[in-house]
Structures are given as C-alpha cells and as structure tokens.
Design a protein around this ligand. Sequence first.
Ligand SMILES: C[S@@+](CC[C@H](N)C(=O)[O-])C[C@H]1O[C@@H](n2cnc3c(N)ncnc32)[C@H](O)[C@@H]1O
Length: 202
Amino acid sequence: MPVISGTEGYANEADKLAVQYESFTFEALHKDIIPLFPKDAKKALDIGAGTGRDAAGLAGMGLEVLAVEPVAEMRAHARRLHPSPRIDWLDDCLPQLARVHARAETFDIVMMTAVLMHFDAAERALIMARVVPLLAPQGVMALSLRHGPVPPGRRMFAVADEDVIALAATHGLAPMLTLSGKRDKFQRDDVTWSRLVFKHRD
Ligand SMILES: C[S@@+](CC[C@H](N)C(=O)[O-])C[C@H]1O[C@@H](n2cnc3c(N)ncnc32)[C@H](O)[C@@H]1O
C-alpha cells in the first residue's frame, strides 16, 4: 500500500507521539482561539486528529466531533485515550476527504492543528477547495502551522502564513486571528508556530 501523502513517519512514531501530543491540554494549547468559537456550535471536524487531544477537548465542550485520521496506529491511540461517545473516528485523508464529503454535513468548527505544512502548494490549494465547503455559514476554521527544520522521516514544507491567508481569501474566508512566531511547547529553539483562524467573509 502506498503511504498517504503527509503521513510519512507517523505510524512508526505513534507510540512516542501519543505521549508527546497528550502532554498538554486542548484548553492550554488553544486558549487564544477557543473564545472565537461560535457560542452555539454543535458539530466539529478535526482533520489530522492524531491521538485525539483536540477531538476530546471539543467533545468535552459538548460538541459532536468527527475526527479524521488516516494513520491506523494514531487512531488506535486516540480511541484508547479518548473513548468518548461524542467522537466519531474516521479513516479518511486530505486532500480529498472523500468519506467526509460523502456524509454531506457541514461543521461549526473545523480544526487542522499542525497538519497543513505537510502539503505542497498544489495540495494546499486542493485542500482549501475541499475543506471550505465543509464549514457552516457561521463556522470557524482554526489551524496551526509548524515552522522550522523538517523532522527526520517526515514530509514537510515551508509554508508562509501570508500564503495560507491569501489562499483562504480565494475561497471567501477572512482571518479572525493571526498569531505568528509562537514559541514551541517543547522548547525547541529552531521551531516556531503560527495560529490562523478564519470565518466566511461577511
Ligand atoms: C503533527 S500531527 C498533529 C496531530 C494533531 N492534530 C495534534 O495537534 O496533536 C499531524 C497529523 O496529521 C495527520 N496527517 C498527515 N497526512 C494526512 C493526510 N493526508 N490527511 C489527513 N491527516 C493527515 C498525521 O497522521 C498526524 O496525525
């Protein structure tokens, strides 16, 4: 089976990453963006859900969550760590998200935490074209980007915040929040993060 683009390295490292990704809380990681979520949000989509920290946080807020993760080893940790009846774990992948689209749903919150930098510019364009129609009219899309050297065994690209903002604009999204140069939670000096939050343009 060919490796799904973007997932390189994750299956082998799933056990280690399950500890790393769960070593901080959804609330702490997303403290800047949680206040921007629609107050009456009911459904969330977590794309590249990993070991489920964000999906579980959203479920804890009372939302029904569709958590998309193509790597079986990551999904297994997620199900084990976060056995919430509010979370539907789905084996699907960017850029097409064919199984998500087959459900013909829209979502009040769409999250892609630390995912988009795994794709080149052409793939990111396709991703935006497939993800934006999944966002409800009053919905919010929140993503983070990792900047710095490519970890061994991973597939990662240098992605400028401005490029993502410009791409989102071509799909009718406006930024609600842009935070750049955020320090890495694991104190890696050569890694920084940005956080981007979008909504449909009025
Ligand atoms: C850096 S991890 C972030 C995981 C999680 N969002 C978090 O913040 O803890 C990136 C995740 O994106 C997933 N991923 C990679 N390529 C993907 C693709 N083509 N479609 C969907 N998810 C993908 C990986 O398997 C991995 O779980």
